[in-house]
Design a protein around this ligand. Structure first.
Ligand code: SF4
Length: 478
């Protein structure tokens, strides 16, 4: 792809002022296709009216209906009138790309209609990905890191001034000389950004962070909004509170199971052994970090004790509070201080690992500290958690786990997001709106159920052998 020219990045508020002179009609001004599918105009109208009130909307519409473009048409005028950002949550990179494609069509139509949006034309949307997808440095690219470890490696490279892509970005930002890629599009996919950044020698990750501040629509996966740790950093970057976000959740049937995974916690003996090795390697003398070593031994003892009690079962209930009391009793010290100490020690280990040139700075001590801190702080007072000890008997050696399984992702986390955002749209071809709303604890939503746009005799079902949606079978292009 070639980039014809660049323009200066403009601030969204000033652009909105230009556009606010004119109130947009979601159908007449934005819908970019020549014809509607059956009921599509009704969808846009009802969805727009509900968002305008503002209300949460839950929509069941079959595949092939044109849900993505319809929802964007309904949401964009509301976002512009109320000075909001739209965050469009998808699950896969392919879905992200489809949103960007529809946004480009909408903004091209606005431009063609001669709306006073010349500047906005270049600032439709951006699709976000993590550092592991967007970094150009081998230390991140080739080390197969998870996003949190990638962030640590990136931080160290920047602190040591060893990332030229970040240096170039900083230089351009410092001179107020950061430009937008301009092709014929207004919205940018991760691939567009990487192409442009590779030409300019900018960091694609930080470049897309700059774009996030400017665009009207941010396309991201669910974790950016529903994982509390990621959400906090994300809102910080865009400098917009949840109250000023219009949230769209595509393929919303995925949200409850995904949120269940986000809010559940699991700690296995593999992590305990690795943390024990880590402490032994970096703090050789027995007296070094003695209380932390005792803590890890105590957890291992608890695993052994529960293995004796579980019999032939694979899983047994735990009293979440009782296990905390057992730890407290066994150690006779403040657990909050101990978890903090373990986490700080993990940070020291990470620094040592990076300084000695280790590719992966993961600290298992930090993982253990995080697990117990969250178990203690977030899972004990909620009726929505099930605590258990589980044994995995499939592998050659028995695997022991403590788990806090989230049973009610609505109460645990989704509700907190939904209560704060300006309004939301949940879309799917396979939800029953009332069931979904109850599950997610969405209060008094407007529900819309739409019929299939296809005649019954035009629908044929195929079952294909070898088609998989398993994560292990996915590749970059997905
Ligand atoms: S600044 Fe960007 S390119 Fe440099 S290490 Fe971090 S993510 Fe990678």
């Amino acid at each position: 792809m070639t980039w014809a020219r660049t323009i200066l990045v403009l601030d969204l508020p000033s652009i909105l002022t230009i556009l606010m002179k004119e109130k947009l009609d979601p159908i007449k001004d934005l819908f970019p296709y020549d014809a509607f599918r059956p009921s599509q105009d009704r969808f846009i109208k009802e969805c727009h009216e509900s968002l305008d009130k503002p209300r949460h909307v839950v929509i069941s519409a079959p595949n092939g209906f044109g849900k993505t473009v319809s929802t964007l048409c309904a949401a964009i005028p509301v976002a512009l009138e109320n000075d909001l950002k739209i965050v469009y949550c998808c699950r896969t990179h392919t879905q992200n790309s489809r949103v960007i494609m529809e946004l480009n069509k909408i903004f091209q139509k606005l431009d063609k209609e001669g709306k006073d949006i010349k500047s906005l034309y270049h600032l439709g949307g951006v699709s976000l990905r993590s550092r592991t997808d967007m970094c150009f440095m081998d230390q991140v690219l080739k080390a197969n890191l998870n996003p949190s470890d990638a962030s640590i490696v990136c931080g160290q490279l920047r602190a040591d001034n060893r990332c030229k892509f970040f240096r170039n970005m900083k230089w351009a930002l410092g001179k107020d000389d950061l430009h937008l890629p301009v092709s014929t599009n207004s919205s940018f996919d991760a691939g567009d950004i990487k192409d442009y950044c590779s030409m300019k020698n900018y960091c694609p990750y930080f470049y897309s962070r700059e774009l996030q501040k400017k665009v009207l629509v941010i396309v991201a996966n669910y974790n950016w909004v529903f994982d509390p740790d990621i959400q906090e950093r994300f809102l910080d970057v865009i400098n917009v509170p949840l109250e000023e976000i219009l949230l769209i959740i595509d393929e919303a049937h995925n949200l409850p199971p995904l949120a269940e995974r986000i809010y559940s916690r699991k700690l296995g003996d593999y992590t305990i052994s690795a943390a024990t090795r880590e402490l032994g390697e970096y703090f050789h003398r027995d007296s070094d970090k003695d209380e932390l070593k005792s803590f890890l031994r105590l957890i291992q003892d608890l695993f052994d004790e529960y293995e004796d009690r579980i019999g032939n079962q694979d899983e047994m209930d735990l009293d979440g509070r009782k296990i905390i009391q057992d730890l407290q009793h066994g150690l006779n010290q403040d657990l909050g201080i101990l978890f903090h100490h373990l986490d700080e020690t993990g940070k020291e280990i990470q620094k040592e690992k990076l300084a000695s040139g280790k590719r992966n700075p993961r600290s298992f001590c930090r993982a253990v500290a995080k697990f117990w801190r969250e178990w203690y702080l977030y899972t004990l007072d909620k009726a929505s958690y099930y605590h258990c000890f589980s044994l995995n008997r499939d592998s050659a050696t028995l695997r022991h786990n403590f788990e806090a399984v989230c049973l009610d992702p609505g109460l645990t986390g989704i509700q907190h997001v939904m209560e704060r955002v300006f309004a939301s749209v949940s879309l799917s071809g396979t939800i029953i709106p009332n069931v979904y709303s109850t599950q997610c604890r969405i209060n008094q939503p407007v529900t819309i159920e739409l019929p299939s746009p296809f005649k019954e005799n035009h629908v044929k079902a195929f079952i294909l052998d070898g088609v998989s949606t398993a994560f292990k079978d996915r590749d970059e292009s997905m």
